[in-house]
Design a protein around this ligand. Structure first.
Ligand code: SF4
Ligand code: SF4
Length: 260
């Protein structure tokens, strides 16, 4: 992704924000050829969303494929896939109707109050998610048992249009996940992981806008979605698996293979 691509995503975003919410369709695209496994996206996500200790809404898996001597190892960042048919919602609905809802722009919303009141609904949702994208907030802090909790842990932050804090165990018992940084989108900013990605592997935008960069990318050959065969209809698309397979067959290769 070049500087021009970042600028283009910002332009796409500002065009999308001029439309009504129900005419936007947020999608994320990850190019696995470009991810260098630095975990900067996970760290920025933890900081942005004040995640509980040891948790991140975003996990970068290491994938190994092939057989000796044509082995390959690459990185696969994942987060909530904002499924259009979310198994988490189907499971939670059986216990607490509409504790999990789906916005018209595609983002799956967790209602913390309802889910905290109905812990069984949260447990069912967590179990049902095929992407292990849900983390439980246990109310603890990294700086617990020190003279004072650090401000980065007790500061307020925004999720689903609400001002929140973890102070005083306010989110203890809540189940949490990626929100596509809805609070940043509203302000015309890209999700934290996309802005932070040093490999320039991350893309975000309005999939219903034929002129957007993400629409161009997801129309390419070889685009793939995790467990799409399970009917979840995930909104995170992956690019580059085919090229990676080719790369291990045509070594030596060059950076230009992926970075145009
Ligand atoms: S990835 Fe998991 S948490 Fe996210 S919408 Fe799909 S089932 Fe729900
Ligand atoms: S910041 Fe970008 S390059 Fe680094 S692990 Fe995340 S997706 Fe990969």
């Amino acid at each position: 992704m070049s500087r021009g691509e970042i600028q283009r995503m910002h332009e796409d975003l500002s065009r999308a924000l001029k439309k009504p919410e129900d005419e936007r369709s947020w999608v994320m695209v990850v190019d696995v050829r470009k991810c260098v496994g630095c975990h900067a996206c996970s760290v920025s996500c933890m900081a942005e969303n004040v995640a509980p200790p040891g948790s991140s809404y975003r996990v970068v898996f290491e994938v190994e494929s092939g057989e000796y001597p044509t082995l390959d190892r690459f990185f696969m960042p994942t987060n909530c896939q904002q499924c259009d048919k979310p198994p988490c919602k189907a499971a939670a609905d059986k216990i607490a109707k509409d504790a999990i809802t789906k916005r018209k722009d595609g983002i799956v919303v967790f209602n913390y109050e309802k889910l905290k009141k109905n812990p069984k609904a949260g447990e069912a949702a967590q179990k049902a998610c095929p992407y292990t994208a849900i983390v439980a907030d246990d109310g603890t802090f990294y700086t617990e048992n020190t003279p004072v909790l650090e401000p980065y842990e007790t500061r307020s932050f925004f999720e689903y249009g609400k001002k929140l804090t973890r102070k005083g165990g306010a989110l203890k018992g809540a189940i949490r996940k990626c929100t596509f940084c809805l609070h940043r989108l509203r302000e015309g900013m890209l999700p934290a992981c996309v802005s932070t990605c040093i490999g320039r592997a991350m893309y975000f935008g309005d999939g219903s806008d034929p002129k957007s960069l993400v629409s161009e990318l997801i129309s390419k050959k070889g685009v793939w979605r995790i467990k799409s065969g399970e009917g979840t209809e995930p909104r995170v698309y992956y690019l580059g698996f085919e090229t990676r397979t080719k790369m291990i067959q045509i070594t030596p290769t060059t950076c230009l293979e992926c970075h145009e």
